[in-house]
Write a protein that binds this ligand. Structure first.
Ligand code: SF4
Ligand code: SF4
Length: 458
């Protein structure tokens, strides 16, 4: 437990615009026990995440706050909560179904009426936030770092054309399973999902089941305003990939002439067509990181809502350079200080490859990757923890069984966390970096990530 900077969570604090002066680098935000006057529960629930964001430069722990008050931001902040042994607690019957029941002492007694009124809506289910469906194996591009080379396109991107992919009936069944299970989101990805002629019909089917529909695309063909409008009418969120900052740099990675113009034109057409949320994703190659100002000029011109950078996944012996990633962290921090739009490193990276607090400020950690909180359906018809992990969790005709498979459980339970990560403040978010990188490096999913402090000492 952190020893200083204890700050009670009050309505005044929740309503304030900035952290109180004097708040140190380590802060314990806590709900007071006993007879203290607490914030009204709805005010706490609505103000908690903005409060945490105001303290984003500090190591914060949240004491006495029920996990379920973090809403859909729970995956990113779960590791901050300390509510297992708080006194004067009340647990309504709904808590028995919560996946965090064993770690959580419940609500402060002052919230008893609120807790009972929330009823069964409140508990946190043991199910993924999303399933990513590699709906189409083929792609027009042949990116050097393509994650597919670790799975269904093992050996060469050209192998993607040899994978027939899932039938329309299989995709519809996946959407039906997710809806029945209560999983809120289905993402269509690939390869390039727009190469599927039946994609609009499959998206419509998912929407008819009230699933949120996301799409990851290279944008091929979306320069046509009618196609962009058709996609926007069906997708809640679209990610367009980029590989460089101009035609030459982009083609150098994609191997496809015109790839830059294709993706940039698509992003502009989607914006013009009223896309709800536009994200841009780009692999943090050495060339990209060393030309980041140019990359951001392009991204800003596209008016993207969010930019995601990806630590390059090791393919064919190519490993990411720590020096490039350090530069990326520093430039993302500079951009944030300058008020630029949201930009993150979105896939697993061990925070201790550099200064942990800095990395934490710009990295999403592993909470949405490698089987944590979501998983992938491979075009060969089985489930796997992440795009680049060729681990068979089970047949896509039984998604719940895949989620309950021994490997899935070992990821989520922290069983695969390297010994060296024990006691690390960021273990719940960083989760030891990439288990895939550890396995590639040593043949052991429980080994340290090679970029981590422990991994570098091996
Ligand atoms: S155990 Fe109850 S109070 Fe705690 S997070 Fe779950 S639903 Fe909320
Ligand atoms: S010690 Fe482990 S959990 Fe902590 S930052 Fe390093 S890799 Fe991540």
């Amino acid at each position: 437990m952190l020893s200083h900077g204890r700050i009670p969570i009050t309505e005044a604090l929740l309503g304030a615009g900035a952290p109180p002066s004097g708040a140190g680098g380590e802060v314990c935000l806590h709900l007071q026990n006993g007879g203290a006057v607490l914030p009204a529960p709805e005010i706490l629930k609505n103000g908690l995440v903005p409060l945490l964001e105001r303290f984003s430069a500090a190591r914060v722990v949240l004491e006495g706050v029920p996990y379920c008050f973090l809403g859909d931001r729970l995956p990113f902040y779960e590791y901050l909560v300390r509510n297992g042994d708080a006194a004067a607690r009340f647990k309504p019957p709904a808590c028995a179904a919560c996946r965090l029941d064993g770690n959580c002492a419940g609500y402060p007694v002052q919230y008893r009426a609120y807790a009972l009124a929330r009823g069964p809506r409140a508990f946190i289910p043991d199910r993924p936030l999303e399933v990513m469906l590699e709906a189409e194996a083929r792609c027009q591009f042949s990116c050097h770092y393509c994650f597919n080379q670790n799975t269904f396109a093992s050996g060469a991107p050209a192998r993607r054309g040899m994978v027939p992919g899932l039938s329309a009936a299989a995709v519809r069944d996946i959407a039906d399973q997710l809806a029945a299970w209560g999983v809120p989101r289905l993402r269509f990805t690939g390869g390039e999902p727009l190469l599927r002629g039946d994609l609009p019909e499959l998206m419509d089917h998912a929407r008819s089941k009230e699933l949120a529909v996301w799409v990851n695309t290279n944008g091929y063909g979306l320069g046509d305003p009618a196609r962009a409008r058709a996609l926007c009418s069906r997708a809640d969120n679209v990610l367009v990939s980029l590989r460089g900052w101009d035609a030459v740099s982009d083609e150098a990675e994609s191997g496809c002439p015109g790839s830059f113009e294709t993706s940039v034109t698509a992003a502009r057409a989607l914006r013009a067509a009223g896309v709800k949320t536009l994200r841009v994703g780009i692999c943090a190659t050495s060339a990209v990181v060393n030309n980041l100002d140019r990359v951001f000029r392009v991204v800003d011109s596209l008016q993207a809502d969010r930019v995601e950078f990806y630590r390059p996944v090791q393919v064919k012996g190519k490993a990411p350079e720590a020096s490039d990633l350090r530069l990326l962290v520093n430039k993302l921090l500079d951009r944030r200080l300058a008020g630029g739009s949201a930009a993150h490193i979105a896939n697993p990276l061990p925070f201790c490859f550099y200064e942990e607090d800095k990395v934490n400020a710009v990295a999403l950690g592993s909470v949405l990757a490698e089987g944590n909180n979501r998983f992938v359906v491979d075009p060969r018809g089985f489930c796997k923890p992440g795009y680049y992990m060729d681990v068979d969790l089970g047949d896509s005709r039984d998604l719940r069984a895949a989620w309950d498979s021994p490997f899935s459980r070992s990821v989520r339970s922290g069983e695969l966390l390297p010994q060296a990560c024990g006691g690390c403040f960021y273990a719940g978010k960083c989760r030891g970096g990439s288990r895939h990188a550890a396995w590639l490096n040593s043949g052991d999913f429980k080994a340290p990530d090679p970029l981590s402090r422990a991994g570098r000492m091996l």
